[in-house]
Design a binder for this molecule. Structure first.
Ligand code: AMP
Ligand code: ZN
Length: 147
């Protein structure tokens, strides 16, 4: 498969591996935001959060937790950002699901930025309605599957 991270996982492209178990692997990001910036991912290809298998995703996030702790302790990080991008417009460049584990240090130069937009009460209500409506639809479909 023509996926950069699958090629790394198969060993066809070199990487600096820092963690591996049966389902997950982690290696250093080639263009780190800070020293220790690590990418954690499932070995089995999935493009993004929408097509990733639930159980596999569960195991990857548990691995991400262990790696975060290791990075925090061994590099004396003051904090950790866990970031996961889905889709080109959300900043995903490599289409193999992965979590960025970014160690943060007091006075580092990393900027993780998003605006704080103003929304009226009615706009919040509308969004909340849309989100809970789709949840009800999912629930309904799920119930129908059981019948
Ligand atoms: P994203 O924008 O979430 O898809 O992140 C992709 C990340 O992969 C970027 O931070 C890149 O620096 C990183 N990256 C790209 N190629 C490699 C590589 N060969 N080895 C390690 N990290 C890579
Ligand atoms: Zn892949």
């Amino acid at each position: 498969m023509d996926c950069l991270f699958c090629k790394i996982i198969r060993g066809e492209i070199p990487s600096r591996k820092v963690y591996e178990d049966k389902d997950s692997v982690a290696f250093l990001d080639i263009n780190p935001a800070n020293p220790g910036h690590t990418l954690v991912m499932p070995k089995k290809h999935a493009e993004n959060i929408f097509d990733a298998d639930d159980e596999m995703l569960g195991r990857v996030i548990v691995a991400a937790k262990a790696i975060s702790k290791k990075i925090k302790d061994s590099l004396n990080a003051d904090g950790i950002n866990v970031i996961q991008n889905n889709g080109r417009h959300a900043g995903q460049i490599v289409n193999h699901i992965h979590f960025h584990i970014i160690p943060r240090f007091a006075n580092d130069t990393v900027i993780i930025s998003y605006p704080k937009i103003k929304m009226e009460d009615k706009d919040f209500e509308e969004i909340q309605k849309k989100l809970t409506e789709s949840e009800r639809k999912v629930q309904k479909n799920w119930e129908m599957d059981l019948m």
